[in-house]
Design a protein around this ligand. Structure first.
Ligand SMILES: C[C@H](O)[C@H](O)[C@@H](O)C(=O)CO
Ligand SMILES: [Mn+2]
Length: 423
């Protein structure tokens, strides 16, 4: 134990904070790390499709993972830099089919066998997502709400196949797999009918969820969005649509921090949601002026989300997932930065005197409330975080980047020279 930690601990204890209890609390919280940061959403399908659906990855930092093996290796490196035991979130486009093209509505558990074996070896759970974009049948931006029944049926069958695969993950890994449905459906310009596409989406979801699964195996979530590139005027799966759908059909609602109006914040929604939902799911992202999916930083909103979860004792009710993708920086570092920040924000929140702060508010002493909130910002939190990392056996804040730099030299950059040789 460092003397810096010892002296920082005294300062926190003077505020009545149990530092050891805070460490123990945060250690229990799994974060679902999205695999798609590692390869810019290329996926591992035999027939590669262009990224579509109004999401975009910019940058071409060298060393992108080019197949499942490389992606798992990179993910493993990233996980070794993040304190705590986490999960991995897969998309259907990461199927491995031995070079045989398999359509998405035909996907089977065997196409994810390598992922399951890998997750077992690490003792982690897998979450899952149907990939309802980057495909010729999603070329016009409509899928589950498409006017063409054949296209809708294709995507319904894809989602059904995904839930079956997720049930297998749940069974094999002994932890439910969260299956999140997000579809890009919408219109660039003012629709002449908003109702019918929503009716079709509702019917498609009903068809998908007609197959029942044990919640110990599969947890269903639906993700809303306000607008996307190409769906600026109208998104079928809006907030109201999915909130009502989730309520009526006993599904979990997923809030993506980039999917609301830029002046809205998810932190302000959580307490309202938690009063009516036993469980909620999050995609923590960082929207810069729009749903840009920047790497999550230790900013005000991230801390505020963590504070809401900790002070409302909601860590057991929330499924925290990440959703960012940046190809302009080292991708393993992107995972490490974003996921460490999520864990860091939870620790920051767990080290606050919430009872005292609530009391100040109830007493109307807003001056002391603000003063205390500001005082905490310059407390020696860095020493707490470093000690937490050390105890979890991962590098501290000044150490982890060297590990990535070494990995970049030894592994990632060699992929570039192999590529050059093949040319
Ligand atoms: C790749 C993800 O499924 C996707 O980012 C989705 O969750 C989303 O947020 C789309 O804007
Ligand atoms: Mn998302």
């Amino acid at each position: 134990m460092s003397s810096r930690f010892e002296s920082a601990k005294v300062q926190y204890e003077q505020l009545g904070i149990d530092v050891e209890a805070a460490f123990a609390k945060v250690k229990q919280v799994p974060i679902s790390v999205h695999c798609w940061q590692g390869d810019d959403l290329h996926g591992t399908e035999v027939i590669a499709n262009e990224l579509s659906g109004g999401i975009d990855v910019t940058g071409n930092h060298p060393g992108r993972a080019r197949n499942g093996e490389e992606l798992r290796r990179d993910l493993e490196k990233a996980l070794s830099l993040i304190p705590g035991k986490h999960r991995v979130n897969l998309h259907a486009m990461y199927a491995e089919t031995d070079g045989v093209p398999i359509e998405r509505d035909q996907l089977k558990t065997e196409h994810f066998e390598k992922w399951v074996k890998w997750a077992k070896s690490l003792g982690i759970g897998l979450d899952f997502n149907p990939t309802v974009f980057s495909h010729p049948k999603a070329a016009d931006g409509l899928t589950l709400a498409h006017p063409d029944e054949e296209i809708r049926t294709f995507w319904i069958n894809h989602c059904k196949a995904c839930r079956k695969i997720a049930a297998y993950f749940g069974e094999q890994l002994g932890t439910p797999s969260l299956v999140n449905i997000w579809v890009p459906d919408g219109y660039k310009d003012t629709p002449s009918d908003r109702l019918t596409p929503r009716k079709r989406l509702k019917e498609s979801l009903d068809a998908i969820y007609a197959d029942e699964y044990d919640p110990m195996l599969v947890l269903d979530t639906v993700e809303s969005k306000l607008f996307g590139i190409g769906s600026e005027a109208y998104v079928v799966g809006s907030h109201e649509f999915y909130l009502n759908y989730a309520n009526q059909n006993n599904k979990l609602y997923l809030l993506d921090t980039g999917h609301f109006h830029p002046t809205e914040v998810v932190s302000n929604k959580l307490s309202a949601m938690l009063l009516f939902h036993d469980q909620l799911a999050l995609h923590v992202s960082r929207p810069v002026r729009w749903d840009s999916d920047h790497v999550v930083t230790f900013d005000d909103e991230l801390r505020e989300i963590a504070i809401e979860l900790v002070r409302n004792d909601a860590l057991g009710n929330i499924h925290i997932g990440l959703d960012f993708f940046d190809a302009s920086i080292n991708r393993v570092a992107a995972w490490a930065i974003g996921t460490r920040n999520m864990a860091k924000a939870l620790l920051y929140a767990a080290l606050m005197p919430h009872r005292h702060l609530k009391q100040l508010q109830d007493e109307g002493d807003f001056t002391s409330r603000l003063a205390m909130q500001e005082q905490l910002k310059t407390y020696p939190f860095g020493d707490m975080w470093d000690e937490y990392c050390k105890r979890q056996g991962v590098p501290t804040e000044t150490e982890w980047l060297d590990v990535v730099k070494e990995y970049e030299q030894q592994v990632q950059l060699k992929r570039e020279s192999e590529k050059a040789k093949q040319r």
